[in-house]
Design a protein around this ligand. Sequence first.
Ligand SMILES: O=C(O)CCC(=O)C(=O)O
Length: 291
Amino acid sequence: MAISAQLVDSFTPEQVESFHRDGFLIIEEGLIAPDALEPLRERYLRLFEGDYETGIRPDEVNWVPGRDPEDRTRQLCNAWKSDTLVAAQVLSERIGRLAAQLAGYRGVRILQDNVLWKPPGTKAIGFHQDSSYADYLVPAEMITCWMSLHDTEPDAGPLAFVPGSHRWPKTPPERSQFHAPDDWLAGVRSSAPEGAEIETVPVVVKAGGGSFHHGLVWHGSEPNTSGTTARMALVSHMIPVEARFHHENVDVTYSRYRRRGDLALDESFFPVMWDESGYRTPWLAELPPLP
Ligand SMILES: O=C(O)CCC(=O)C(=O)O
């Protein structure tokens, strides 16, 4: 029997204001429908075994069982290309519309997804600013929706934000400090304005809840010290619909999708999730409906 739940469909002016003040907005529940949670968790187990429904490998596979240490937070990027259920959630029109409302964009397209799995005993994800990884795009910015597939607990390494840090300058990415750093706040400390207090706010929500965050807000997650509680999260990193490739700057992975002599983002790889004109990339209609 279907479990009914109120899905978040728009934000109040107060929520939009709070996003702009803090650089993030936490949503207790209703980003993912309850009936989609267990099927998505099952897809995660298959994906991390290297079992790809579409036969296509994600753009980044940052953890492979047996190859990589058990104490690493497990991550895939662009698993939507490998699994149609993940694609249906990551590329959801509703999530795109909500992101556009918060960011003030006239439309959004997907830049990249993240599939994250943080079992007990796994180490931190270093605090970072997403937009500092986007200099191969114009404009080099994004808004992110982070959706939890589990109830999150304060000691299970929840995603956490530094409020107001989206007003601090953009700092170049420190890629070696992303996966499993011992000092997960090192990056924030070195870039915080003198005297700024570094407070972190954890995302403690029900399964299906999560958050939206500004591309410049500092965020990351501490080690999972809970001993018992795993968490999985699904992330849509979205960019303004009019974004294009930078004519010179490249990304080691994603600039492979740049066509010769053309800076446009190809909708096969960067589909438009929602646009105020009513346009949505046509092939998205082929995705399975979400449970
Ligand atoms: O879930 C995490 O630990 C990190 C997620 C993250 O960095 C993001 O959503 O941008």
